[in-house]
Design a binder for this molecule. Sequence first.
Ligand code: ATP
Ligand code: MG
Length: 333
Amino acid sequence: MERILSGIKPTGQLTLGNYIGALRHFKDFQDKGEVFIFIADLHALTLPIDPEVLRNNTRDIAAFYLASGLDPKKTTIFLQSSVSAHAELNAIAQNYLYMGELSRMTQFKDKSAKMNDKEIGLGLFAYPVLMAADIVLYDADTIPVGEDQLQHIELCRDLVHRMNHKYGTKDHDLLVMPKGSVSKVGKRIMSLSDPTKKMSKSDPKGDIFLKDDMKTIRKKIMSAVTDMEANVYYDPENKPGVSNLLTIYAALNDISIEEAAEHFKGCTRYGDFKKEVADTVERELAPFKARYEEIIASGEYIEVLKDGAKRASEVANKTLKRVQNAVGLLTLE
Ligand code: ATP
Ligand code: MG
């Protein structure tokens, strides 16, 4: 059976980009295979973060997972830090990925460029190693992500290739080769106030947060940066703002960009266009946000995470043992 794994790191408030590019799709995998969805809290430490903020972000993501329709009976939902095998496999995997390739990662270059050299932690540099460990621990085949994470998945594939080559046998690979899965529409939602930049929770630019109230969300859409042409069509190069809003509209209505562009053909008033986009976003997010509030109030996510940690550990520990054994660590049982 296909194994599917994905996660979001609690570095900030989840944005509409996280929702469209990742969160919204997770539930669709529940009937296709065995799904593991985690909160990448160890990854959140790779940028400076206040402990209380981290804890709150973590609770929020747990509640958002459940609100998005993930069913804990079908999907294993857990915290990365509560399954120690992640850190243990990280210690092994770091010897099979190289400094040169890690330094070419776009995420590292982008994030470190905004920091003072003295503040750039080793964890930020080594991020893709831990991410590779996260993936291979679950023998995962399919990794649903936004486009920005594909480069890290490619690196994970290199790791799998290397370790299989070195430690696999003719009949048995040591590790399962994963592949990234990006949605056709909405794999890269751009910022509403600077549509040439990716919408990002750790570096938001007036972006839509899932926790914003509906009035604020509508206001942000109505004041999204567009252009002076007053004509709605898809051209990400010359009309990044309008194209981004068209993408949001298409993704949330489950239609293609072409269909969305056709729908707005001849529309010459950006105000009307934006209002329809805002209506679509509201239709999708209002019930989701209401469910999130209920889950936070009931605290039901706590038991889900505890149970998830047990289930995830069972699977992860088996892979860890297999790898420890293969690389020559003496396993005493
Ligand atoms: P950070 O700034 O901390 O990197 P982020 O918003 O990029 O935050 P991640 O935790 O890195 O979020 O990614 C969570 C998931 O959301 C990943 O699958 C990622 O590819 C996806 N994602 C992130 N930003 C976008 C976006 N703007 N459009 C579509 N998908 C996105
Ligand atoms: Mg990111």
